[in-house]
Ligand binder design. Sequence first.
Ligand code: TXA
Ligand code: MG
Length: 331
Amino acid sequence: MQAKPQIVEVGDRAALRLAVDVLSAGGLAALPTETVYGLCALAHSDAAVRRVFAAKGRPAHNPLIVHLESAAAADDIAALGKTGRALGRAFWPGPLTLVAPCRSGAPVAAAARGGGAHVAVRVPAAAFFRQVISAVGPLVAPSANRSGRVSATSAAAVAVELGGRVDLIVDGGPSDIGVESTVVDVSDRPKILRPGAICDVAIAAIVGPVASTGEAEPVRSPGMLASHYAPRARLRLDVAPQDVRVGEGWLAFGPIVDDAPAGPTVQLSRAGDLDEAARRLYAALRALDDAGVETIAVSPIPARGIGIAIRDRLERAAAPRPNDKTPGEAP
Ligand code: TXA
Ligand code: MG
């Protein structure tokens, strides 16, 4: 792997050939999708998939999403069933991931499934990404960040996160949606494992009532979320403007009021538009980290539509970190 990745723009005539060359040689390419940037490798290659885990520092038991060209190709590797097929018809190509039993003999590296019997599949909408899949076949693509950190929604953020750990970065500009796909387990009654761009109401409109659970990662003690999507700074959630403390960063949502705090502020959406807030979320967290604040006070975000996904990511970012001492423990 090179010390510094090559960065090429999506509109560059050489971009497709470069991405195809890197991936078919078993390398890693970070490509834009409509949700966030993905760290891509050939889904059938155990060696390439292991490189993805190493580059991200991701635990081997946390499986990856396989990205395919079409719903039919997804159903060839995952037994989607009636529910899964209905969701695929409604939302693919797009920001939906389905988890279902992996069909025997499917060309998916065991490492990509975290060693399990189920596989996650998604048919992305981003045009360049689809061209690459057509040329090289199915790709695993976790978000292009170090494990536990904020996802990347720009090529520059990928370079900060993964630098020399990736062979090529394709710059497609800022991500359209800005938060990751909705992950739905369709192996039994449909269950949302990770809220995302497609909300529970939209899913229920296709398949009826859906359950929600935490993300597929093990939750060690009840009520304690695993830290994820985390900037360096600590987060305080649902903070009213007058309660932002001196020296804190402020992640604002909605109109800035007269008594707004004076510290570093990033506005997610002055108009209170949740889609705009989702697009700006991860870049805003990075900007506040860059401003050097120790804590970030976050305005209340409504829990509807994509706001549910925004709140989920912020709650995980605010969860206790692996090195945190439990309350009462000596420092
Ligand atoms: O929008 C997205 O989904 C982006 C873009 C690049 O496609 N990808 C993404 O991948 O967010 P990643 O690896 O960062 O998150 C995948 C999520 C994780 O929570 C993982 O645990 C879950 O999907 N997942 C993957 N395979 C699974 C499986 N077999 N069973 C249950 N959960 C699974
Ligand atoms: Mg991720």
